[in-house]
Design a protein around this ligand. Structure first.
Ligand SMILES: Nc1ncnc2c1ncn2[C@@H]1O[C@H](COP(=O)(O)OP(=O)(O)OP(=O)(O)O)[C@@H](O)[C@H]1O
Ligand SMILES: [Mg+2]
Length: 372
């Protein structure tokens, strides 16, 4: 038995059943007596408890130790990936007012595919086919969404569609992506640990290295800091087909969010120029959303068209998820529909003889709704 499994066995036995239950995707611990789980997108409180705060802290100290990390008064926060692929984040009291607070995002063994997303109703066949074409044509894509909305899953799926002959460099804070491609290089950042003389290696550092390692495409798992500027520069300098995810609620927000992040670094580039760079960096935004019924869906596939004469971003929706009703169980019904907008790069589709007729962008339903 591995050290990790041992630690689980001994210390995490109060939640052993939750860890084993494959239907549970996330476990949230808010102090010893309050545990919630996520199952099929919905969050429930469960009966499991830890005996007391002390045993809860010791449990996660042991887990941290098993992955060579420390969590104590001096390092009260821990972000780690367990050997089984699960991701954990821990915050200790007194910062955590409820007691030791933990979220465990369980690693799902079966990676979702484009077909799964279609079967779940998260994407339409045409939407999926269109994304495939965008990847084939080397469009730069930003996956946008809130926490837990399915961004990483989407990036994984899209990464798996990259043509086999291309060299892909993936950069992440905590290695999560498992892109099914032939030629993949994975990089993970390193946290600073002055006590052991270890210096930090940031996403920015790794993007610089990646640029020198002959990439065809670069993927940044999660853009949440000044590295946004690096990704935008990568996208603007001929590494077509690069991708990243960003926390934002609409495709338009994704543009502003990237701009804000670019300005976070100590850059000398004036804000106006940054805005222009962001507007020309990406061509497509894939918006992931978690709906109130627990379902995760691709709410928008939109094109970024640059800036208008007043300097505002222009985005146009190509496909959108439309709710049509609700089942008696409270699940939303609906589907992804085209928005009667033909993307500006449709000519590339024709020139490359890709089988995607213009009519796929047209929805008569939608037209009727707009007219009404
Ligand atoms: N379209 C989908 N249908 C059903 N479940 C999905 C879908 N997309 C993702 N999931 C599930 O939702 C959970 C969260 O997904 P994911 O990690 O991709 O989200 P995220 O937006 O990257 O989250 P975070 O903000 O924490 O990085 C996972 O358990 C994943 O399997
Ligand atoms: Mg993610």
């Amino acid at each position: 038995m591995s050290v990790f499994e041992d630690a689980i066995e001994n210390f995490l036995h109060p939640i052993g059943d939750l860890l084993k239950n494959e239907k549970i995707s996330e476990i949230m611990i808010n102090g010893p007596k309050e545990i919630f789980v996520e199952q099929k997108g919905l969050v429930y409180k469960v009966e499991n408890t830890f005996p007391d705060e002390e045993s809860l802290i010791s449990a996660f100290r042991a887990v941290a130790q098993s992955v060579g990390r420390v969590i104590d008064d001096e390092n009260p926060r821990l972000d780690a990936r367990l050997p089984n692929g699960s991701r954990i984040h821990v915050v200790l009291p007194p910062m955590a007012k409820n007691g030791t607070t933990v979220a465990i995002r369980k690693f799902s063994k079966d990676d979702l595919t484009l077909t799964d997303l279609i079967n779940f109703g998260s994407l339409s066949k045409e939407g999926a086919r269109f994304l495939d074409i965008c990847i084939y044509l080397g469009k730069n894509i930003v996956v946008s969404g809130g926490t837990g909305s399915g961004k990483t899953t989407m990036l994984n799926v899209l990464g798996g569609r990259i043509p086999k002959t291309q060299r892909l460099i993936i950069i992440e804070d905590a290695a999560e992506l498992q892109v099914a491609a032939e030629h993949v290089v994975n990089f993970e950042t390193r946290k600073e640990d002055p006590q052991r003389g270890i210096t930090a290696v940031s996403i920015r550092d790794l993007v610089i290295s990646a640029m020198r390692l002959r990439p065809d495409r670069i993927i940044v798992g999660e853009v949440r800091g000044a590295e946004a500027l690096d990704l935008v520069q990568v996208m603007n300098t001929g590494h077509d087909g690069s991708m990243g995810t960003v926390h934002a609620n609409t495709p338009l927000d994704a543009c502003t969010r990237l701009e804000t992040l670019c300005l976070m670094g100590d850059t000398q580039i004036p804000p106006d120029a940054i805005r222009k760079m962001v507007a020309s960096a990406m061509q497509v935004v894939v918006q992931c959303s978690r709906y109130h019924d627990g379902g995760r869906r691709t709410s928008h596939i939109s094109e970024v068209l640059g800036l208008d004469s007043s300097g505002n971003y222009i985005t146009r929706d190509i496909f959108r998820w439309m709710q049509t009703g609700r089942t008696p169980e409270g699940k939303y019904t609906g589907q992804m529909v085209p928005c009667n907008y033909v993307p500006s790069f449709f000519e590339d589709v024709v020139l490359n003889k890709l089988p995607f007729p213009k009519s796929h962008f047209i929805s008569h339903e939608w037209k009727k709704k707009q007219a009404a």
